[in-house]
Design a protein around this ligand. Sequence first.
Ligand code: HDL
Ligand code: ZN
Length: 431
Amino acid sequence: MNKSSKHRFDSTKLSQRIASTVASASVRDIHTHLYDPAFGKLLLWGIDDLLVYHYLVAESFRHLDLPYNKFWALTKSQQAELVWRSLFLERAPISEAARGVITTLNRLGLDARQGDLSKIRQWFNEWQPAAFVEHCLDLAKVQTVCMTNSPFDSDERGVWETGIRRHPRFETALRLDPLLLSWKSTMREIRIWGYDVKATLTNKTVLELRRFLRDWTAKINPNYAMVSLPPSFSYPTDSITSQLLEKVVLPHCAEFGLPFAMMMGVRRAVNPGLRMAGDGLGLSDLRALENLCQKYPQQRFLVTLLSRENQHELCVLARKFRNLHVFGCWWFTNIPSIIEEMTAMRLELLGFSFTAQHSDARVVDQLIYKWDHTREVVTKVLQQSYGRLAASGWEPTDAELQRDVGLLLGGSFGDFCRTQPAVLTTGKRSR
Ligand code: HDL
Ligand code: ZN
């Protein structure tokens, strides 16, 4: 038996095998704000939508002395011109979101350096939306995307109510922020839609809210229910949010076997003048998550956190609770330096039992850069992790690399969502 501590292997060859496996793996994108082409104008695509992405608007305002309302009064293409000038012409597009536009244009076969937006617009104008969607999905190697579907969005609700022919690669998720976080105003809306609900959670109101959720679950057939939560969220409390979770949302998820996604740590409208670009983040108290996982062992929780400082504690919690699935590098953590840190830590603490990324794309072209950039980082991290493993004496076969990479890019999510509550309960009884 070879006594040397380091197992000999060809690290260059292994790195190349990992790079090609990640590059060719298809992805299940489990959280986006994209819309099935059947939703018409709600589907965003093309150069102007790419440039007025709220990430880029926030960054542009750092160079614009224009009053916010003057910017919002401009047309979309005028706004895009300002973003293009401030982030692409007057300085290198070095930020992650700006580089994303360059990656996207380049992969679409366009020369971003030509600088003249009208030529780029002309190229996009030759496409039909549905064909362009297929093109982007295929270029990004994204098998399916999960939308964020809100009964409380009047534009979207109207489309669901007319009935549509769904695109097979667009899945759904039932977004519940207005119900859980703005009960007073939302209750009035739900009443108008024909559900006999009152401000206090009487039995009748609870039953009617369950009926409301049942109706929308039947209408959209969601992969999971979801909410984004402020850093101040805590559980248990006597807040209406806690009561709605306990009496309505979690019982509904149990009845339909729906995982519940909690995206924690967002502080809405830190700067209202920036509109959608005005949200910030804060450190979440993960005791709330721990208490929910503990109290509802049959409920599957999907969680992503906005604060970098919360990430290690989230991994440790996931080691304690098999009904907790960690996913993505959300929003302000979706930058190479933090994706690298988070993915390495998650592999070291969770193995492959997490989902490395979701794109959060709002513009369908963004799928191309969000997944290219993620694949770059995940490749680098896996080369390091498998390199260490190989040096310890265990080198993966190609089939094992495909299996494991598939787990990180949607496979573990699928396994987790298919896990029957019975398995989780059995796990609990085994103690
Ligand atoms: O609440 C969310 O789902 C967030 O992703 C917000 O939509 C945010 O504006 C965003 O697009 N982040 O990437
Ligand atoms: Zn989102």
